[in-house]
Write a new protein. Structure first.
Length: 319
């Protein structure tokens, strides 16, 4: 039997020693509900769905910091968690896209009747590119599900400046964050990604002259390249396939890099006057933001796109 990463399914036990890294946060999505089979739990926004061959799951979605509170533990006494970090922002002008946030999936987490802290990482912000040298993009924040052991997804790295004067693409954060892409005159300065015990192929590097790395695949190495694709989750969220942690597209003159599948922001084009501000990564997917365009004829340079925020999902069989 294969799991959602396409590798043999192994029931995970909590791994000790994964220390929390903190991270940015958004506001709490208020909600909650009780499941069947003896479960009574609240926190985040709750929903139910049926997955083959007929199991009914209760799903708790956290788009910001909050508490998963177990009032009554149902059978068999374990939950699953999908933890997605914030994506890195793109740089500007004519610069690299941000790396996608890491995504980890943990099964067989034992719980008791208590509260568990969820910390959701925010997306990185792109500083104002006041000069042609630009400023590197901001890193995404890690997300942490604190179930006794801390399960952490690392934030994506910010994109590189166009010529290296402001630094290279940022490395993705441990665990699982993808690297930011390099700028068009800064081809060797992409950030490196970080695989995880839960996703050995995850956390791709950023592309030279182009897009940010995806949580699943490295970014291409072409001028104005597309972002790397994110990790595919087959059926965890509402029994539908969905990608997370796509890299942001790169910016190079008039080239337009598309965002990687999984929430990566697209670059609308390399130059003004149309106001080619980079596109932000999609909220709650950990997508990286795209690089921004360069001003022409005295016009201001455009901002890169901000990274998309992360998210935490918790589910258990309730009927």
């Amino acid at each position: 039997m294969m799991n959602w990463l396409g590798i043999p399914f192994i029931k995970q036990k909590p791994l000790p020693g994964l220390i929390g890294l903190g991270g940015g946060a958004t506001s709490l999505a208020v909600g909650g509900g009780a499941g069947g089979l003896g479960w009574d739990a609240t926190g985040g926004t709750t929903s139910e769905y049926t997955a083959p061959p007929g199991a009914v799951y209760t799903l708790h979605k956290f788009t910001g910091d909050g508490t998963f509170t177990v009032n009554s533990v149902g059978s068999p006494g374990v939950v699953e968690a999908l933890v997605i970090a914030g994506g890195g922002s793109g740089s500007a002008p004519n610069a690299g896209g941000g790396g996608g946030g890491g995504a980890i999936h943990v099964t067989g987490i034992p719980v008791t009747a208590t509260g568990y802290t969820m910390t959701v990482g925010g997306g990185g912000s792109c500083p104002n590119p006041s000069t042609d040298g630009g400023t590197p993009g901001g890193d995404g924040g890690p997300s942490t599900a604190a179930f006794g052991s801390n399960y952490i997804a690392g934030g994506g790295g910010g994109g590189s400046t166009r010529n290296g004067t402001g630094g290279g693409g940022e490395d993705g954060h441990p665990i699982g964050g993808a690297g930011g892409g390099s700028g068009y005159d800064n081809t060797g300065a992409y950030g490196e990604g970080n695989p995880t015990p839960y996703n050995p192929t995850g956390g791709g590097r950023g592309g030279a002259e182009g897009g940010g790395g995806g949580a699943g695949v490295a970014g291409p190495s072409d001028p104005g390249a597309n972002g790397g694709i994110g990790v595919l989750v087959e059926e965890f969220v509402d029994n539908t396939a969905k990608r997370f942690g796509g890299g942001g597209g790169g910016s190079h003159h008039d080239h337009s890099g598309s965002g990687g599948a999984g929430g990566g922001g697209a670059c609308p084009g390399g130059t003004s006057p149309a106001g080619h501000t980079g596109q932000a990564g999609e909220a709650n997917t950990g997508g990286g933001g795209s690089g921004g365009g360069r001003g022409r004829g005295g016009e201001a340079n455009c901002l890169g796109g901000n990274g998309g925020s992360g998210c935490i999902y918790i589910r258990y069989i309730s009927a």
